[in-house]
Design a protein around this ligand. Sequence first.
Ligand code: IPE
Ligand code: IPE
Ligand code: MG
Length: 262
Amino acid sequence: MKETLENQFKHVAIIMDGNGRWAEARSHARVWGHIRGSRIVSEIVEEADDLGVESLTLYAFSTENWSRPLLEVKTLFLLLKKFIKKEKKRIIANDIRFKVMGDISPLPDETKSLIYELETLTKNAKGLKLNFAFGYGGRDEIIKSVNCFIKKNPGKELTKEDLAENLLIPEIKDVDLLIRTGGDMRVSNFLLWQIAYAELYFTKTKWPEFKRSEFRQIILETNDRERRFGSVEKTDSLNENEMRADENLRLMSSSKTEWRGN
Ligand code: IPE
Ligand code: IPE
Ligand code: MG
């Protein structure tokens, strides 16, 4: 059920990590962790929608993950296909706009057709923007954007706005909150351009054990973080601060004179 939570995080991105370790700790093969992990996705999507998140971007397979054993890679392909088949109706019924970002050319034709079909069916949806980063790398995305711009505008200098406009899904804008499960504290080539000012949250919970309750808790806990974007805290006594700044500048320049004199 949708709520009226004043959620400042409009774009939430999740690095769904820890599947392999979760399975290995239970003496199972890594792929078992992926299978169990894939079951969690729907409830997190539902919760994001309930919490008033506008865009949810899930990291499912990175450009670096191509170096994993073939069985693991194929299992991940299969799980993406299963997810789409299983959730198609619900995605449409909930007015969710579904997109995949990344290079999916090596995926089986059937999976690619399912992706294109669901993307087309939901392209005008007005609800949650659900993005799957699959075969995705942040560096690749930036390079692609730059090349795309150069091709369209030969000889013109690229601006920040141009780069943002040529990203894979330009309309999803910057990430407000980046969550990584699994205990590691790194970004692993995820949305490098879009996370410039993202709030970061790392949880030790491995992805197959992540629950909607923890997701909700993270949003509630981080929702009142003050995001300053390089500026300073808002204050009523601006004049007083300005006076203090002037005084500091004066002191700095007088101490410089002293140093020069030494
Ligand atoms: C995340 O889980 C899923 C993918 C990277 C595809 P991992 O498979 O990386 O699991 P750990 O980090 O090795 O436990
Ligand atoms: C990041 O996890 C990619 C996904 C979750 C899809 P990895 O497990 O591949 O990242 P590293 O190798 O630990 O940095
Ligand atoms: Mg991992």
